[in-house]
Design a protein around this ligand. Structure first.
Ligand SMILES: C[S@@+](CC[C@H](N)C(=O)[O-])C[C@H]1O[C@@H](n2cnc3c(N)ncnc32)[C@H](O)[C@@H]1O
Length: 441
């Protein structure tokens, strides 16, 4: 594995051009026909062509309408500028297709391509940045069609230095591809913060017994605590304290101590140094100090619900609640606002509510509203093809075993959520009818 060393340890004089020379950006931007002015967009007031507003007081809000207008409404009329801690969006992906739900109802079109798609997303991202709080984060879920174009746009809007991660997600089980290429089973999530100082609760997986024994194989004779041994020296010669003798020993040739000799003394006094029979010191890393296996940027354990034993509404492209749980826990705290302006079946809203966050959802499809109300008032059903994942490989099994969701996703909880209706009845449309239909049943 190739690992870079920090620039200050580079021994020759050299000029390395970094983003700092471009004041935070990399000094390029993507140009295309029809790219509009960001400031004009931000200052333009909403035209109020979203439909009704549903919600629960000021806390949980659901809008049926074009999110461009709703986002302007949130900024200019609801005073939510700089107030949203977490945004997750799962917009159309630029696939040039139409989507039907499992009961064959037309749900939404994904027919904007090329520069039209880029500009559609860019306009929304500009407004979303206005809404994001200084310690907030945004996650944008896309697939192999437009992720790379939107990454450049996000660098422009949020700043390349605020790019925090590129998550590759396994979206479904392996396919028997007939095309002459590799089976496409991944999609991607771009993760940006608004500033350097952002909410981050490290996501971890639980240890299996097998993994614990493999990685922490030693038991301390005196205390019975489990540990692993790690070297106390690192590559590179140092002339300071860490290059000097400790307990009558110099660091091995070409290396230095990782800690000051005074710190090594403290480790030794506390029983944190393991001495081999030949007098070779190693540091003991205790298993009980470990907070769990840190989640990395390849996620194979949160495939779409239709391939797992998770209940769903049946809306097309409905995401796995466990995926949202991971994101919401990592990048927000209880009581924070979570926004999803491509809400679909309301997965984000449901999980955010269960994790005690306030939520704002927007979607312009009536079928989306129908599925959100179904989720909140009737509950979900198992509809997956559970045979698909009969023979998951060992990696998949390991990851699935390690992830322990904390919230319950059978929607029993959400059914009992106090989801009261209040409406801005300026507009006549079918969303109110859909709401009543589900509320009364
Ligand atoms: C990929 S789906 C989201 C699925 C969702 N994450 C879930 O778990 O169910 C994209 C959604 O964006 C909505 N949408 C597309 N354009 C929109 C717009 N301009 N305003 C509001 N919603 C829009 C579609 O109706 C669709 O429901």
């Amino acid at each position: 594995m190739a690992t870079g060393i920090t620039k200050k340890n580079w021994q020759e004089e050299t000029t390395i051009i970094t983003d700092e020379s471009f004041d935070g950006s990399f000094g390029y931007e993507i140009q295309y026909k029809g790219k509009s002015s960001a400031s004009e967009l931000i200052n333009k007031l909403p035209e109020q062509n979203y439909s009704k507003i549903f919600g629960n007081g000021e806390d949980n809000l659901l809008f049926n309408g074009d999110n461009l207008d709703v986002l302007k409404h949130l900024i200019h009329e609801r005073n939510l500028k700089n107030k949203i801690k977490l945004i997750y969006i799962d917009p159309p992906y630029g696939t040039n297709s139409v989507f039907h739900s499992r009961n064959q109802k037309s749900s939404y079109k994904d027919d904007l391509v090329g520069s039209h798609f880029i500009e559609f997303i860019r306009k929304r991202l500009i407004l979303l940045r206005e809404l994001l709080s200084d310690d907030g984060s945004i996650y944008v879920h896309l697939d192999n069609n437009m992720t790379f174009e939107i990454k450049l746009i996000m660098d422009e809007i949020f700043g390349a230095k605020n790019f925090k991660g590129f998550i590759s997600r396994k979206k479904c089980s392996n396919k028997n591809y007939t095309k002459n290429t590799y089976g496409n089973i991944s999609d991607y999530i771009l993760f940006y913060s608004k500033t350097e100082n952002y909410i981050w609760n490290r996501a971890t997986l639980v240890w299996t017994d097998e993994k614990m024994k493999k990685e922490y194989p030693c038991i301390d004779e005196n205390t019975g605590r489990r540990f692993k041994k790690v070297p106390i020296h690192a590559p590179g010669v140092r002339n300071g304290e860490t290059g000097k003798m400790w307990k009558g020993m110099m660091p091995p040739k070409g290396k230095h101590w990782q800690y000051l000799p005074s710190k090594l003394d403290v480790f030794d006094k506390n029983g944190d140094i393991y001495w081999s029979a030949t007098g070779n010191p190693r540091r003991k890393v205790w298993f009980d100090k470990n907070k769990g296996v840190a989640v990395q940027d390849i996620w194979t354990d949160v495939q779409d619900s239709v391939n797992q034993n998770v209940k769903i509404t049946g809306y097309p492209t409905e995401k796995n609640p466990n995926l949202l749980e991971r994101i919401i826990n990592a990048s927000s705290n209880e009581g924070d606002y979570v926004l999803d302006c491509f809400a679909g079946s309301g997965t984000t809203l449901d999980v955010a509510g269960q994790l005690k966050r306030k939520w704002i959802g927007v979607d312009n499809s009536s079928e989306s509203m129908r599925n959100i109300f179904k989720r909140f008032f009737k509950g979900l059903k198992q509809m997956g093809n559970f045979n698909i994942n009969k023979n998951p490989n060992k990696d998949e099994l390991d990851q699935m075993k390690l992830f322990e969701p904390t919230a319950k996703y059978n929607s029993d909880l959400s059914k009992t959520m106090d989801f009261e209706f209040y409406a801005d009845s300026r507009f006549e449309d079918d969303a109110f009818g859909i709401y009543e239909e589900y509320r009364e049943e």
